[in-house]
Design a protein around this ligand. Structure first.
Ligand SMILES: [Zn+2]
Length: 309
């Protein structure tokens, strides 16, 4: 039986927002069993909360943005990836701005801070959503094939007509692949796009300190790449983070090609659309009650936060 996990103690971090370029403070706090991951805008009156749940995704442009009643938190995916990689179920994430700080464009700063704080096992079993049918989704050149597996596995591939990228792939298996192989993989972008975004007032905080930037033929960053297939690794990292928005641990083998935040969100919607796609494994529940339980679990998670708004 696997038990739920939270942090042993509070974590404080500071960085800049990718979109705003402004300094942002982030605080991760231990949370009770079954409370899930909840984002809190500590800078706003009443400290409104948004659950880390795919129902609250309001944008997948450049980053994953969650929103509820005009309140948003952007760029949640790398922090969520660090929480997924360390299998943490319950955390209160307080942030004093509209985005999670970008740090170095990877999940490594969050990961190291979590390791330093330590992980607390809780006295409640962890419910797991196990995929039971094949689920496929295609959006133009992007696609995903999800199949049942005894653990969470993500195979990510990218294909780009660029000398530094070409075809790359990376395979992650929970409990087997060290998260150190994924956490430092940075987000990436092309110099021409970065310049265009800056002109449009977007990605004001974007720099070589928080992204791998590519020109026509090479990597602009003086330090080069952290891994030969850093691009594919980052794609897997993004998927791990976005899958945390299922609001429950997941078991399945996901093959993703050229995927992005929009495809990840659509995949979660598709999985939950049909109860035949999955079953809920929960050792604290009676067998045969799976569907009722997931509805209750999801409804309780969402309504508790909405009601407290
Ligand atoms: Zn990313």
């Amino acid at each position: 039986m696997s038990l739920q996990r939270t942090l042993k103690k509070q974590v404080d971090l500071e960085g800049i927002g990718l979109h705003s370029g402004s300094p942002i403070r982030l605080r991760l706090l231990p949370a009770a069993p079954n409370s899930g991951i909840v984002f809190v805008r500590s800078d706003l009156p009443g400290s409104p909360e948004i659950p880390a749940h795919h129902k609250f995704v309001v944008s997948t442009q450049l980053a994953t943005t969650l929103g509820l009643r005009q309140v948003t938190v952007s760029t949640v995916e790398h922090l969520l990836a660090a929480l997924q990689g360390t299998q943490i179920d319950n955390v209160r994430v307080e942030v004093d701005g509209a985005e999670i700080p970008i740090m170095d464009g990877s999940a490594v700063v969050f990961y190291r801070a979590i390791q330093q704080a330590g992980i607390q096992t809780q006295n409640q079993s962890r419910a797991v959503l196990a995929l039971r049918r094949k689920v496929e989704l295609k959006m133009g050149e992007k696609w995903v094939i999800a199949e049942p597996s005894s653990c969470l596995e993500i195979h990510g591939s990218v294909e780009w007509d660029h000398p530094m990228i070409g075809y790359q792939e990376f395979h992650y298996q929970e409990g087997k692949t060290p998260f150190d192989d994924l956490a430092p993989a940075r987000t990436f972008g092309f110099l021409k796009d970065v310049e265009m975004m800056k002109k449009a007032g977007l990605a004001r905080g974007g720099s070589l300190d928080n992204a791998v930037v590519l020109d026509e033929s090479s990597v602009v960053n003086p330090g080069g790449l952290r891994f030969e297939n850093e691009f594919a690794r980052h794609k897997v990292l993004d998927a791990l983070g976005d899958f945390k928005l299922a609001g429950i641990a997941i078991q399945g083998f996901f093959r993703l090609h050229r995927a992005g935040h929009d495809l990840h969100r659509s995949l979660l919607t598709e999985i939950f659309r049909n109860p035949d796609h999955f079953e809920i494994l929960d050792e604290s529940s009676q067998s045969g009650q799976d569907q009722t339980r997931i509805s209750r679990f999801q409804a309780a998670f969402v309504s508790r936060v909405v009601a407290s708004f």
